[in-house]
Design a binder for this molecule. Sequence first.
Ligand code: HEC
Ligand code: HEC
Length: 297
Amino acid sequence: MRKLLKVTAIVFGVVVLVAASVLAIAWWKTQQALARSYTTADPPLAIAHDAATLARGAHLFATRGCAECHGADGSGKLAFDAGPVIHLVAPNITAGGVVRDMSGDQIAAAIRHGVKADGHPMVFMPVGDYHELSDGDTAALVAYVQSLPTSANDPGPTRIGPLGYVLYLFGRFPLLPAESIDHAPRVRVAPTPAVSAEYGKYLAQACTGCHGADLSGQHVPGTPPSFPDAADLTPTHLGAWTNADFRRVLRTGKRPDGSAVNDFMPWRSVGKLDDVEIDALWAYIHSLPSARKAPTR
Ligand code: HEC
Ligand code: HEC
């Protein structure tokens, strides 16, 4: 009996030691990655503040998820709490917050590269969804951010949890999107807004972070198991839907059978896309190859 206790104690001690070491290594690796420096050098944007540009910027801010995380007024808030993985706070991006001393091009680099003014990578903002935004759309977004009424709100810090460090160590958590982005400087041009698969593809980038690069659905990386999977959007799942069904789910959060879509799907923002944008998305989705795997729903 004494011997068994002794063995149990040793095994337990080894397990604790291994777990503590993995955590320490994961923490250290994350700190190293956070301290890395990135250079971005896109050609400077022409940032105008006329009414048409600001209206375009407001539309992008409301429909591309910015308002979901940073709040409709940009004053910052808790984006989501994934317990031991991450407590993600989107900062105040009005002149009273983090963008106070940033130039327009630095704000653009934050949006399209996930890189802060000091060159360090930003945490978890879904920059992969914004990386290909055109120079015109980015300039409009920047102008709109710069025009937000100043707020003194301090939404508090983001906290990475122990599981967040460990998942990052094993490549299972896209903590720093700047790591998987091509930072080569270039000019980006959007297709002409029209009901075309080409324009739909441009818009659908904003869906890829959650629904996957090929839109075939996935469990959204970094979210707890309790969060629903982002649905398959290829014809495998949406093939029998009509354009009206698609429009309805985005505008009202209701599927053709009347069931409600989980609020983690940001339909309140996505539903603010105009008719041309929704129809272009639909045209693109129809042009996709069917997903090879079984549908998620
Ligand atoms: C999933 C939530 C989320 C979404 C969606 C999101 N952000 Fe962020 N954003 C963040 C977080 C978190 C940070 C802080 C990152 C950090 O400091 O490491 C941030 C930081 C920023 C910053 C400051 C960067 C800096 O240098 O400190 C700007 C500007 C910004 N976001 C603009 C936008 C715009 C514009 C959009 C929409 C196109 C957007 N964000 C969408 C979460 C989000
Ligand atoms: C923040 C993550 C996120 C983003 C961004 C997002 N989605 Fe979703 N979406 C989801 C999740 C999660 C579900 C599944 C919800 C459920 O199971 O109730 C979903 C469901 C859907 C559905 C319903 C399908 C079904 O039968 O359940 C459609 C259609 C859809 N999304 C389209 C889009 C489009 C188009 C975009 C981009 C313009 C987009 N989504 C962006 C997370 C997201």
